[in-house]
Design a protein around this ligand. Sequence first.
Ligand SMILES: *[C@@H]1O[C@H](CO)[C@@H](O)[C@H](O)[C@H]1NC(C)=O
Ligand SMILES: *[C@@H]1O[C@H](CO)[C@@H](O)[C@H](O)[C@H]1NC(C)=O
Ligand SMILES: *[C@@H]1O[C@H](CO)[C@@H](O)[C@H](O)[C@H]1NC(C)=O
Length: 300
Amino acid sequence: MTAAALLSAALSQHTPAPLEHTPRDGQLQKELYVAVGSWVVVTCDGVADGSLVEWRLNGSVLGHGSPLSVGNASAGGHGTYTCHDAQGGLIRTITLHTGYPPSPPVVHCWSPSYPTKAICSWTVQPEPILPTNYIATYSGGMKSGVWPCLRLHGLPQQCVLEGLDIYPAIPYLLNVTAHNPLGSASTVLPIDLEAIVKPDPPINVRVGAVERRSLLVQWDPPPSWFDPINFALKYKVHYFWNQPDPGQSVTLGPYEAEEAKLRGLVPGRTYHIQVLAQDLLDHGQNSDWSQPVSVTVPYN
Ligand SMILES: *[C@@H]1O[C@H](CO)[C@@H](O)[C@H](O)[C@H]1NC(C)=O
Ligand SMILES: *[C@@H]1O[C@H](CO)[C@@H](O)[C@H](O)[C@H]1NC(C)=O
Ligand SMILES: *[C@@H]1O[C@H](CO)[C@@H](O)[C@H](O)[C@H]1NC(C)=O
């Protein structure tokens, strides 16, 4: 066996060492990132092993001796460790951060504007606790290459693919990579626009009394749907009184018009009315229901 092979065999038997980051402030400060549950050895660099330094965690005395072992680092074991000489003078500051390497993101995509746009959002479980960055890219369509999935301002775990082709020559693939000081993990997801259509709910739902015992409901289509192409939508209307359970609710439609008349209502009763949108050709999913609008049917 060569020396290099021996060394790599020896290294592979060790659990990965905690990552140390270049100190910002000379050699006196160090950031240490460790996985929850791992065994951590904190060293007071610059003093010989076995020296009787004093260790403090967040200022409270922990014990004496170097190095210091922190067994089974828990999420609550993070904090600032300092080692001190016999006079109490500060020698080193080590900030310990505990968390998890990211697991592959769980990604969910939908198209509120078929077929040119998709929105994707993701979660990482368990919560890594440590600061975690995300890189989201996609490939496919009419051109080869990798493009950034545009991040939505203020939403770190969501991005938008725009200007997509309805019949892509190369299927679209989204790659979401999570990265933190303990590791990185990617999820690569095919995007089939037809399967993930989901309009936003209709807007401006308004209700007026037109005839005795009936109400006229009108709404506007979700503006996001028409950006930039205009496929037709159809709608359903749902109304309930007291509770939204089946005995006290009615669903009507689909309607291709942007209005519907509710008949046979009870004067004096308050109805809560919602509208949803769906692709006229039944691609993908319905929108969510709009927020209920409440109206009491007049007596006359
Ligand atoms: C480590 O700590 C966790 C809880 O913080 C506990 O459930 C687990 O049994 C501990 N493991 C060891 C080996 O002490
Ligand atoms: C040390 O201080 C940090 C920051 O205030 C806190 O989050 C952490 O829980 C403390 N650690 C311990 C073990 O008290
Ligand atoms: C996903 O993106 C990451 C970060 O850009 C990259 O390292 C990785 O190779 C990509 N994976 C695939 C399958 O393209």
